[in-house]
Design a protein around this ligand. Structure first.
Ligand code: MN
Length: 233
């Protein structure tokens, strides 16, 4: 096929214990999946679990990864960049209208990730009922560690999920507090779009989100999955 310019390279993530990398297709994110975070955002109908899950997206090439400490550029047009530590689900196969019982079979592995957010821009968007895209889907907004294959991680449903900024513990939750469990998230999302191999799903953040400054060092982890180091530059 003739292209008017060369096709863009696909974003990839390292895989623990192997040389082959994981090609990223799309990035989906679940909003307010932990009651304590929904409460701190003032979303009380979400916090009591009556609302179905809702989703937003980031471009596939918003993902940023690396060996050791990952440098992450402080984005323009915000004075309130927030961290959100999340368990990332990496799909190895796809499907539409996937039943909850079959959802785990789509999963290639799990990673530790950060859903970086322009909180000031998001607050203005909420006020005006505008889209969240530019508050969530900016360049380098999806930080991700290496993907731990299911063979090594199993399917983590409980365990600590935490984040430190400059050594101070800011977020400290447990995966078991997710209101919508990973298989339910996959099943629900697959009614909205046909999921495909390479898709990433950021599964929500526990309470304790807060601002980041240039120079901040982040250390984050999920039990059984791994740890992630990043620096805001
Ligand atoms: Mn999030």
């Amino acid at each position: 096929m003739n292209l008017v310019f060369p096709s863009h390279p696909v974003a990839t993530l390292p895989v623990v214990g192997g040389e082959a990398r994981f090609p990223v297709r799309r990035i989906f994110c679940v909003g307010r999946n932990y009651a304590d975070h929904a409460r701190e955002m003032g979303a009380l109908d979400q916090a009591d679990g009556r609302e179905p899950p809702f989703f937003f997206s980031k471009p596939g090439d918003a993902v940023v990864s690396g060996e050791g400490e990952v440098p992450v550029a402080y984005p323009p047009m915000t004075a309130n960049l927030h961290h959100e530590i999340e368990l990332v689900v990496a799909l190895g196969s796809g499907g539409a209208n996937v039943p909850v019982e079959a959802a785990q079979s789509l999963i290639f592995g799990y990673a530790v990730g950060l859903d970086l957010t322009r909180r000031d821009m998001q607050a203005r968007a909420k006020e005006k009922a505008h889209p969240w895209d530019m508050s969530k889907g900016f360049d380098q907004s999806a930080v991700a560690g290496a993907i731990c294959p299911v063979a090594a991680s199993g399917h983590p449903a409980a365990g600590r999920i935490w984040l430190k900024v400059n050594g101070d513990l800011r977020q400290d939750g447990d995966l078991s507090a997710m209101m919508w469990k990973i298989p339910e998230v996959i099943a629900n999302l697959s009614t909205l779009v046909r999921l495909e191999a390479g898709d990433l799903i950021y599964s929500g953040t526990p309470a304790g989100v807060g601002p980041l400054l240039r120079g901040d060092a982040l250390e984050a982890g999920v039990d059984g999955v791994g740890t992630l180091h990043a620096r805001i530059v």
